[in-house]
Design a protein. Sequence first.
Length: 174
Amino acid sequence: MDPTSSCRLLVLRHAHAAWPSPGARDFDRALDDRGRADAVQLSDTLGVHQLTADRVLCSSARRTRETLDGIRAALPADMPIEFCEALYAGGPDVYLAQARAQQGAASLMVIGHNPAVEELALTLVGGGDPSLCARLRGGFPTCALAVISFHGCLADIAHGKGTLTHFLVPDASA
């Protein structure tokens, strides 16, 4: 590993989703109006902060795929995207293993579900602006994005070794 190399993990919780209809599966829950608006707002914010990734790893659940659709305008058209069923029910260790397996990416966006995304971000962050870290510890709302930087490559990311550089939360007043 090159000691001067760095990588970045963008951890995104899916946008706000509607409750399932009677008899419908949780996996098939769609975004509601608020969720669609929040995803578009996040897309704009990603552009303002010039935040992008080399690839996206997205849960295969409907609400995560629709969140990805909402932010797609901020991503390069040819960005590699992988849908991963393991992220739907997996815990933070599954998310960490999936992120570490993304060979060749210096920057990865993972779109998933709580509580796994919150637990993942909390365990990876070991430093950063104290006010950002306090906001992260206060909860991980729908359509929130934590950007965590590491020294080294994704294969080597570890608990407590990341620096929280951004914690973006939808603006309810927008």
